[in-house]
Design a protein around this ligand. Structure first.
Ligand code: ADP
Ligand code: MG
Length: 356
């Protein structure tokens, strides 16, 4: 087990000159399940490959435990990487696939056999040890890939979107298994995903990346409840936060007001003048009779999810999504009243940074 520290990690690829990772500093704690979250091409895989030693950073340092491993070979780092669509050796049995990494490292046969059987037991693969990859389901193959990492007993696990090619049911099962495994092994995990739902469910802390830069690092509750900027506010949540453009005007002692399409809302900002972004999560938008809201709107789209329903409304040109319990009796074209929950408003400045 070990912590992982990145200090001002920067990676620019020679081909294309892309700056994939820019000045990234973060600490992964010993034994933590840490998630790196961001959209496609934001640099997640590059960060993992740098930690694993498969990519040379352009600048910055990487520490595993107390050791600076920035210029160490992958073999000296004691990390194991698992990625999606992990290629197994088709001609080897499950046993052979799991044992492979130990055999090439010269681990004695008896020790290899012991570790392979222990890993297979943990992953529910004992009955499949003599089968070949072609005879396995997608989920079993992913477990074999995991087994290959486990038997090496690494100090850090690096997962690169290991579940993204699986169907939703299997994903849910494997997600639970990965968390159980983390609990049982107590090993440090850096888990990469572009799926914010997965990040929220799995991460003890989440680092949100955009275009190679760290936008926010926090617990799921922090990145959801106090997003650092408009990007994080929109990216986290399913769907993300409603962000409306408006103008702030200070009114002195009584605070300020945001004029935002259909709404003029009192806000706790006394001295802010100019463009502002007003954020509100769908669960904090209330729908009611047309004459009882703080604005009126027209229902546009209705998306029932089972436990609740997403209702998209248009309020004077502003599009807002509301989350309403159960199967409410609305139809497209209905006039409704809309109120934004004053206790749960988020304010961001013109550039998108959080104000309140
Ligand atoms: N080997 C490479 N050579 C050149 N550019 C690369 C290479 N690998 C990744 N990139 C570029 O770096 C950026 C980040 O890529 P990547 O780390 O794979 O992002 P992610 O895993 O978040 O999708 C992308 O713009 C990608 O095109
Ligand atoms: Mg990637």
């Amino acid at each position: 087990m070990a912590s992982v520290t990145l200090r001002r990690l920067t990676k620019t690829y020679d081909t294309g000159g892309t700056q994939a990772v820019a000045d990234l500093s973060l600490d992964v704690r010993d034994g933590e399940f840490f998630v790196l979250l961001g959209p496609s091409a934001c640099g997640k895989t590059t960060v993992l490959r740098c930690i694993a030693g498969l990519e040379e950073p352009s600048a910055g340092e990487i520490l595993i435990g107390d050791h600076d491993v920035t210029h160490r070979s992958p073999g000296e780092r004691d990390v194991a990487m698992v990625f999606q669509g992990h290629a197994l050796y088709p001609h080897l049995s499950v046993r052979g696939n799991i044992a492979f990494g130990l055999e090439v490292r010269g681990v004695p046969a008896a020790e290899t056999a012991r570790r392979v059987e222990q890993a297979a037991e943990r992953l529910g693969l004992t009955a499949s040890l003599e089968r070949r990859p072609a005879e396995l389901s997608g989920g079993e193959r992913q477990r074999v890939a995991l087994g290959r990492a486990i038997v090496r007993e690494p100090r850090v696990f690096l997962y690169d979107e290991p579940l993204s090619s699986l169907d939703p049911t299997l994903r849910g099962e494997l997600r639970a298994e990965l968390l159980e495994l983390h609990h049982a092994l107590g090993v440090t995990v850096v888990y990469v995903t572009h799926d914010q739902v997965e990040a929220m469910m799995m991460g003890q802390r989440i680092a949100v990346l955009d275009a190679g830069r760290l936008r926010q690092l926090g617990t799921p509750a922090e990145v959801y409840g106090q997003p650092a900027d408009v990007f994080v506010a929109r990216f986290i949540g399913n769907p993300g936060m409603n962000v409306l453009k408006g103008r702030g005007r200070g009114t002195g002692r009584s605070g300020g007001v945001v004029d935002c399409g259909a709404w003029s809302i009192a806000v706790p900002l006394e001295h802010y003048e100019g463009e502002i972004h007003l954020g509100v999560r769908p669960e904090h938008v209330r729908l009611c009779a047309p004459d009882q809201g703080t604005a009126t709107a027209e229902v546009r789209v209705i998306e029932p999810l089972g436990a609740d329903t997403l209702i998209h409304v248009d309020a004077g040109g502003q599009r807002v999504v509301a989350r309403v319990g159960g199967f409410p009796d609305f139809r497209p074209g209905d006039r409704v009243g809309v109120t934004l929950d004053r206790q749960h408003l988020h304010l961001f400045d013109a550039a998108g940074a959080r104000l309140v």
